[in-house]
Write a protein that binds this ligand. Structure first.
Ligand SMILES: Nc1ncnc2c1ncn2[C@@H]1O[C@H](COP(=O)(O)OP(=O)(O)OP(=O)(O)O)[C@@H](O)[C@H]1O
Ligand SMILES: [Mg+2]
Length: 253
């Protein structure tokens, strides 16, 4: 069999050419990186968990009419997605202060914000993904004003969906990051949610205890990242409750 073509290898995922034009296969690796890849490790089972969790969230979004790149899961580590033109922005939605916002603004982590705040950073590792104002986005042609309005509307819908989903299983959605891509239907472009939605790209805190169940466990050396992600998956019913990563994630089909 001919070897499939690798399109791109990033820090957490690999994209391969898909079976049909306009599709890619997205492979979830076990690699974890933080602080722009200064901190690195391999976390057994992370790719399997993120593949399942991203499938779960994207499918749910598709069901409520929020378009995403997700087509179907192929196996434990891979999913079929629509190829998009990624808009080079990280779209960050914050419900509570944490991370870089707390640092920048001197607001204690966990402080509830007056309303969800959306911010954009320019996706460029060599610059450290700097925060950029809308003015830059439009002036440099990364997105139009209309695109930005659509992106904000999409991001808020994703926020409501994810916040509600998490609240239902006793988890507070502190913040998250999504990427948006363009697809073309004839002459018309549409914007859809791409990349991944997983505990790598969200801050998730247990409502009762405040325990962190996201990538901060890795960034800040707070314990086992696989245990934290397994807990999120178990609560959402993505994994059977008797599974711990100690016996490797078993997934329900
Ligand atoms: N549907 C899609 N079509 C095209 N590209 C996509 C799609 N979904 C995600 N991508 C891109 O695929 C790559 C996924 O790899 P990964 O997340 O590991 O990259 P990364 O190391 O974080 O680097 P980057 O800074 O490029 O995001 C990202 O560049 C992401 O923007
Ligand atoms: Mg990425």
């Amino acid at each position: 069999m001919a070897r499939r073509k690798k399109i791109y290898e990033g820090k957490a995922k690999i994209l391969y050419e898909g079976p049909e034009p306009g599709t890619f296969v997205q492979y979830f690796k076990d690699d974890a990186t933080a602080y722009n890849a200064e901190k690195k490790d391999v976390i057994d089972g992370k790719g399997v968990l993120n593949n399942r969790l991203s499938e779960f969230f994207m499918k749910g979004l598709n069901h409520i009419g929020v378009p995403t790149h997700f087509i179907k899961r192929l196996n434990m580590r891979e999913q079929l997605i629509r190829a998009v033109e990624i808009i080079p922005l990280e779209v960050i939605v914050r419900n509570y202060a944490a991370g870089s916002m707390s640092k920048r603004m001197g607001i204690e982590e966990g402080t509830q914000l007056p309303r969800p705040i959306i911010e954009f950073s320019y996706k460029d590792d060599s610059l450290g993904d700097p925060l950029v104002p809308e003015e830059y986005i439009i002036a440099f042609g990364w997105a139009s004003q209309q695109d930005l309005d659509d992106i904000v509307a999409l991001a808020l819908r994703v926020n409501d969906f994810l916040s509600g989903m998490m609240l239902g299983v006793g988890i507070k959605l502190v913040d998250f990051k999504i990427e948006i891509g363009r697809v073309w239907d004839g002459d018309f472009q549409r914007l859809i949610v791409a990349d991944e939605i997983s505990p790598d790209s969200c801050r998730l805190w247990d409502i009762e205890t405040g325990q962190k169940l996201d990538k901060d466990v890795f960034r800040r050396d707070l314990g086992s990242l696989a245990d934290a992600y397994t807990e999120v998956a178990r609560r959402l019913g993505v994994l059977p409750s008797n599974v711990t990563h100690a016996v490797k994630p078993h997934v329900i089909n």
